[in-house]
Design a protein around this ligand. Structure first.
Ligand code: ATP
Length: 326
């Protein structure tokens, strides 16, 4: 179901954690709240969940003003990084818990638990205790438990934060597939750019309590609204004082027309299929660029070689920089 956050401000003492935040999250969308530590992501999620109350502004869930509703009246399910599991209950019992306290018929509970365990690939572990699961399996159990009561909205605060890189990656893929199957409106908090880019339909970039930009991963990468978003969502370098992506620096070993910066290759680093090249311009600027191995070989890029660097045409999309590049 859709979520609308409108003009929400939240302060703790005189610290402003959310400053006039507005976002609209359509039904069925998988949204990432992304930003640096302390930016306000968790606070925004908690305001949506009803675990914190906004000082000003409104939270509307499915068209209903939920600003003052307690969490249990909002029909949201949540999973946090340090999720609480019932240690003495089996996996199946943990998943059934929410349905049992709602006093649903036994047969219905059994069928629903079976379905959910299948969905999270834990059918064969239904009789285990949480302590007998791996971290990733326990996290999937927590998600199944949150989904059991058919929430309209699923809120996940750094759901994979405590896991190692490999399991994290598996769970990301799995969350994406799960979402494609269940289509519940989902909001997850992450400070991991790659995780957000890979999993989310849309990303809300939050910094210093403010929304910097909302967009699809491609929009944020290709059309960042400002320098913060551009640097946060990908690597940047400067050239003539202008930020741009290292992939968007054009390099030549023959003199270029006016506008190119002349310099010397100072460092060449081969990483996987790419070559990362630093050029120290005669103006003293350190420019980073990325080439394919083939391209670098064809040009004979090695330390000490004289080169000319320019922004590739059409490279820049940050509005303030378009003018600079022409
Ligand atoms: P992280 O990625 O580190 O979890 P975040 O973006 O989720 O960060 P929040 O947890 O929303 O950030 O916190 C935003 C700011 O609000 C932080 O500076 C934090 O210290 C402050 N804050 C959060 N909750 C409280 C609270 N209950 N009392 C006082 N300050 C708080």
């Amino acid at each position: 179901m859709s979520i609308d956050v409108s003009g929400v401000t939240k302060t703790f003492g005189d610290f402003v954690a959310l400053d006039d935040v507005s976002v609209s999250l359509p039904t069925g969308q998988l949204t990432a709240l992304l930003g640096p530590s302390g930016g306000g992501k968790s606070t925004l999620l908690r305001v949506i969940a009803g675990l914190e109350t906004a000082d000003t502004g409104r939270v509307t869930i499915e068209g209903v003003d939920a600003t003052r509703l307690p969490p249990q009246k909002r029909n949201v399910g949540f999973v946090f990084q340090h999720y609480a599991v019932f240690k003495h209950m089996t996996v199946a019992k943990n998943v059934a818990f929410g349905l049992e306290i709602r006093k649903r018929p036994k047969a219905e509970i059994a069928a629903r638990v079976d379905e959910l365990l299948r969905l999270v690939h834990l059918s064969q572990f239904s009789h285990r205790l949480p302590s007998q699961l791996s971290g990733g399996q326990r996290q999937r159990m927590a998600l199944a438990r949150a989904l059991a009561v058919e929430p309209k909205v699923l809120l996940l605060d750094e759901p994979f934060g405590a896991l190692d890189a490999k399991v994290r990656k598996e769970l990301r893929d799995w969350l994406r597939r799960l979402h494609d199957e269940v289509h519940v409106t989902t909001v997850f908090v992450t400070h991991d750019q790659e995780e957000a880019m890979e999993v989310a339909d849309e990303i809300v970039v939050i910094n210093d309590g403010r929304v910097e930009q909302v967009g699809t991963p491609d929009q944020l990468y290709d059309e960042p609204a400002n320098d913060f978003v551009m640097s946060f969502l990908g690597e940047v370098t400067t050239l003539g004082g202008v930020l741009l992506r290292p992939h968007d620096v054009h390099i030549s070993t023959t003199p270029q027309l006016a506008g190119a910066a002349e310099g010397t290759v100072s460092r060449v680093l081969r990483v996987g299929f790419e070559v990362r090249v630093n050029v120290l311009t005669d103006d003293g600027e350190d420019v980073l660029l990325v080439l394919t191995r083939t391209h670098a070989r064809q040009l004979g890029i090695e330390p000490g070689v004289r080169v000319w660097v320019t922004p590739a045409s059409g490279a820049l999309t940050v509005p303030s920089m378009k003018a600079a590049v022409g």
